[in-house]
Ligand binder design. Structure first.
Ligand SMILES: Cc1cc2nc3c(=O)[nH]c(=O)nc-3n(C[C@H](O)[C@H](O)[C@H](O)COP(=O)(O)OP(=O)(O)OC[C@H]3O[C@@H](n4cnc5c(N)ncnc54)[C@H](O)[C@@H]3O)c2cc1C
Length: 388
C-alpha cells in the first residue's frame, strides 16, 4: 500500500489549494481528485460546486473575515497565474448593492462598512451606476463599486493551476474518487487502498453525506438553479465593461448575482445569473445525481431572467437556458476548517462564496492539518465544525 504524509480527498476550490500548500511545504501528498464529468447523464461519481467557467471575485463582503480571506486569495492570483501559465483572474470590477432598510439592512451595513475600509472600493449612487455602468439598480440602494481588484475568476483554471502546482511540488494526483476512509486509510473507486498519517476531507457538496468524516457535519446543501443568457458578439461587446454584480431587487429579501459576459468552452458569450432561497435540499449522492441530470428548474430560470432584464435595460438575448448547481451552507456562515483528531481534518462549507477565496481556506486547512493553530491568522472566526 502506498503511504503518504497526507491524503487530501477532493480536488476542488478548497481541497486542491490545501494539497498545494502541503506539497510545497515538503510533505508527501496524495490528492484524490474526482474529475469533472464530461456527461452528467452517464456519470455516477461525485459532483461538485465549481463546474463552471466563472465565479465572482471581490474584496468587498458583508463580513470582515470573508473580506480578509478574499483579499489574501486575490493577492495570490498573479503568482498562481505566472507559475501555472493559466488565466485565472478577469478584472472587470465588482459591485454590491443593497437596501438601507428591511431584513437585509445589516447585510448592507456590513458591506458598506467593509467597502469604505477597502482600497479601491468606492460608494456610488444608483444614478451613477446607471449612467456609468448601465445598471438599473433599485432607487435608494447603497452601492459599492470596486473598479479594480474585483471581477470574476475561472474556477476550472484555479483548480487546474492548484493541482498542477501541487504536482510540481511532488504531490501525486489521483483522478478518481474515494469510496471509504478508515482512520487514515482510504479506499479508491478502483479498489486500491492508500494510507497516510493524516487525511483532509474536502469533498464539497458531498461532505454532508458521504460518510468520509467521523460524523455528519451540520451543512445544508441546496439544489440551486442558475440561468445563462446567450449574447450575440455585438451585445457582448456593448456589455464588455460591465462589472460582476450582486444586488437586491426592489422589495426582495435576498440578493441575486450576475456575471459580465464570459466566453464559455462552447465558444459563445453568456451572462449568468443566480440566487434563490426556495430551492430543494440535497440529502444524498442519489439526490445530487438526479438534480444535476435534471438540468435545473426552468421556472426559477425564467424568474431570474426577468430580474436580469430589469437591471440591464435594453438587453438583447439570443436565448436563455437554466443550469443546475449545488451550494453548501454551514451552520456558522464560515467554512469548517478543523483538525478533528491525529487522523482527520475537515475542510468544507463554502457558503456559496469560496471559489474566489478557496486558496486561503486551503492554506488555513494545511496549517490545521499539520497541527498548527488558526487563532493567529487574523480572523475573528475559529472555523470550528458544527455537527448534525
Ligand atoms: C452556481 C454557483 C455559483 C457560485 N458562485 C460563486 C461566486 O460567484 N463566487 C464564489 O467565490 N463562489 C461561488 N460559488 C461557491 C463556490 O463554487 C464553492 O463555495 C466552492 O466550489 C466550494 O469549494 P469546495 O472545495 O468545498 O467544493 P468543490 O469546489 O465542489 O470541490 C469538491 C471536489 O471534491 C470532489 N469530490 C467529491 N467527493 C469526492 C470523493 N469521494 N473523492 C474524490 N473527490 C471527490 C468533487 O468532484 C469536487 O471536485 C458558487 C457555487 C455555485 C454552485
Amino acid at each position: 500500500m502506498d503511504i503518504y504524509d497526507f491524503i487530501v480527498i477532493g480536488g476542488g476550490m478548497m481541497g486542491a489549494p490545501c494539497a498545494r500548500y502541503l506539497a510545497e511545504a515538503g510533505h508527501s501528498v496524495a490528492l484524490i481528485a474526482a474529475p469533472e464529468p464530461a456527461d452528467v447523464q452517464s456519470w455516477t461519481g461525485p459532483l461538485g460546486s465549481h463546474f463552471d467557467a466563472a465565479r465572482i471575485t471581490r474584496h468587498v463582503a458583508a463580513d470582515a473575515d470573508w473580506a480578509l480571506a478574499s483579499a489574501r486569495s486575490i493577492a495570490r492570483y498573479a503568482d498562481l497565474e505566472a507559475r501555472s501559465d493559466l488565466r485565472i483572474f478577469h478584472e472587470t470590477g465588482a459591485l454590491m448593492a443593497g437596501p438601507v432598510e428591511g431584513p437585509l439592512a445589516d447585510w448592507t451595513r456590513g458591506f458598506r462598512d467593509v467597502a469604505t475600509r477597502v482600497t479601491g472600493a468606492t460608494l456610488i449612487d444608483t444614478d451613477d451606476a446607471r449612467s456609468r455602468l448601465g445598471l438599473a439598480l433599485p432607487a435608494g440602494s447603497v452601492v459599492s463599486h470596486e473598479a479594480t481588484g474585483g471581477g470574476w475568476m475561472d474556477p476550472r483554471a484555479m483548480r487546474q493551476a492548484s493541482q498542477a502546482l501541487a504536482a510540481e511540488g511532488g504531490a501525486t494526483i489521483l483522478p478518481l474518487h474515494a469510496t471509504a476512509r478508515e482512520d487514515s486509510t482510504v479506499t479508491l473507486a478502483n479498489g486500491t487502498r492508500i494510507g497516510a498519517d493524516h487525511v483532509i476531507v474536502a469533498t464539497g457538496p458531498h461532505t454532508a453525506s458521504d460518510g468520509l468524516l467521523p460524523a455528519r457535519p451540520a451543512l445544508k446543501v441546496w439544489a440551486r438553479t442558475i440561468a445563462f443568457a446567450e449574447l450575440s458578439e455585438a451585445e457582448g461587446a456593448r456589455l464588455a465593461d460591465m462589472p460582476s454584480v450582486i444586488w437586491v431587487p426592489e422589495g426582495w429579501d435576498y440578493d441575486l448575482y450576475m456575471l459580465p459576459p464570459v466566453r464559455y468552452p462552447d465558444g459563445r458569450l453568456y451572462l449568468k445569473i443566480g440566487g434563490q432561497v426556495d430551492s430543494p435540499r440535497i440529502e444524498s449522492a442519489a439526490d445530487m445525481t438526479a438534480w444535476f441530470r435534471s438540468g435545473g428548474d426552468a421556472a426559477v430560470a425564467d424568474r431570474l431572467m426577468t430580474e436580469m432584464r430589469a437591471v440591464l435595460p435594453g438587453l438583447a438575448i439570443e436565448r436563455s437556458t437554466p443550469g443546475p448547481c449545488a451550494v453548501v451552507w454551514s451552520a456558522t456562515g464560515y467554512p469548517y476548517i478543523e483538525r478533528l483528531s491525529d487522523r482527520v481534518t475537515v475542510l468544507c462549507g463554502g457558503n456559496g462564496a469560496s471559489a474566489k477565496c478557496g486558496d486561503e481556506w486551503g492554506r488555513l486547512s494545511a496549517i490545521a492539518a499539520t497541527g498548527g493553530r488558526l487563532d493567529g491568522e487574523g480572523y475573528a472566526c475559529d472555523f470550528r465544525a458544527v455537527w448534525a
